[in-house]
Write a protein that binds this ligand. Structure first.
Ligand SMILES: Nc1ncnc2c1ncn2[C@@H]1O[C@H](COP(=O)(O)OP(=O)(O)OP(=O)(O)O)[C@@H](O)[C@H]1O
Length: 298
């Protein structure tokens, strides 16, 4: 498990990370989300040791990170780092060699990754001749070539078409499934929602929420309910403590206050519904990641 504990960092007077703590579990795809300038890249650079923190520690399985640990990490930096004029496969093999792989092992890993990423037929093309999306796939291969023990990816899905998102997602998920902690940032909340196991939300340099996707969704779900009746649901609008956000014949979605009073109001709707006839469905509505995000960064 990778653990970031109480990390702070300022640039001049500007405190861009303030007591940041979160964990990236083994085998967990952990989405790191936050608005522009929230502190994601700074955090990732500190994890990789390319930037120092002012305070705080980073540990892997309880031990403080050493340069040797970090040499085994895979990193896709925000500023993409491949040489434009070098051939794709040659370059990825070269990066594998820098990580201490034999030529044969680096070549085998490169060929395998390029195939899985759908770049097999471009192995001998120069990086600059690839489309941006394909350059991005090559960057993913570069981060994975040495079979990293931890994977940190800054916006791995930006600029990818939906097919490429799926391809990259499969490769990353397979790598995580070998027990590797994977931290990736993204502004594409729909993608994060689909693929992350855990989520960390940062705003203005502080962590606003973290946990498994299911935990977060259920923590933020109790205020909204849907009810599906076999008769008109218009009366729900008249119920105290209830705000109807959608009404369509015998179907309604409504919000209540968070907490005990709100729950009582929701239960009162259910009781009244049962008095008036059969109820097909009554359930909390799980919020989308985008709704949770808006709520916690507010
Ligand atoms: N080298 C630096 N010198 C001064 N300020 C910096 C430096 N690097 C980052 N910052 C500031 O730190 C803050 C956090 O930036 P960071 O790049 O970590 O955010 P981010 O969450 O990755 O944003 P984005 O989604 O836009 O990439 C910003 O206000 C940025 O201007």
């Amino acid at each position: 498990m990778l653990e970031i504990e109480n990390v702070s960092r300022s640039f001049g007077q500007n405190r861009v990370l303030d007591g940041v703590s979160f964990t990236v579990g083994d085998g967990r795809m952990t989405g790191f989300v936050g608005g522009n300038g929230a502190g994601k890249t700074t955090t990732m650079r500190i994890i990789l040791g390319v930037l120092a923190s002012d305070t705080g520690t980073i540990t892997l399985d309880g031990t403080r990170l050493t340069p040797a640990d970090r040499a085994l990490f895979g990193y896709m930096p925000e500023e993409r780092g491949l040489y434009p004029k070098m051939k794709v496969a040659e370059q990825i093999v070269y990066l594998g060699r820098l990580h201490g792989m034999t030529s044969a092992a680096a070549a085998a890993s490169t060929a395998d990754l390029l195939d899985r990423l759908g770049l097999g037929d471009r192995a001998n093309a120069t990086v600059e001749s690839l489309s941006l999306g394909n350059q991005q796939r090559a960057q993913i291969a570069a981060a994975l070539v040495h079979d990293p023990s931890v994977l940190v990816l800054d916006e791995p899905f930006s600029g990818l078409d939906p097919m490429a998102v799926e391809t990259v997602q499969t490769v990353l998920t397979e790598h995580a499934a070998t027990g590797v902690p994977v931290l990736f940032s993204s502004h594409q909340l729909d993608i994060v929602e689909r693929i992350c196991d855990d989520l960390v939300v940062i705003a203005n340099g502080t962590i606003r929420a973290q946990g498994s996707r299911e935990e977060l969704r259920s923590q933020h779900s109790e205020a909204r309910y849907e009810i599906d009746l076999t008769h008109d649901a218009g009366w729900v609008r008249e119920m105290p403590g209830v705000r109807v956000v959608e009404l369509d014949g015998d179907y309604a979605v409504f919000e209540v206050e968070r907490g005990g009073q709100g729950q009582d109001a929701a239960q009162a709707v259910l009781r009244r519904a049962l008095e008036t006839g059969p109820v097909r469905r009554f359930a909390p509505v799980l919020p989308t990641l985008s709704q949770i995000f808006k709520e916690v960064v507010r």
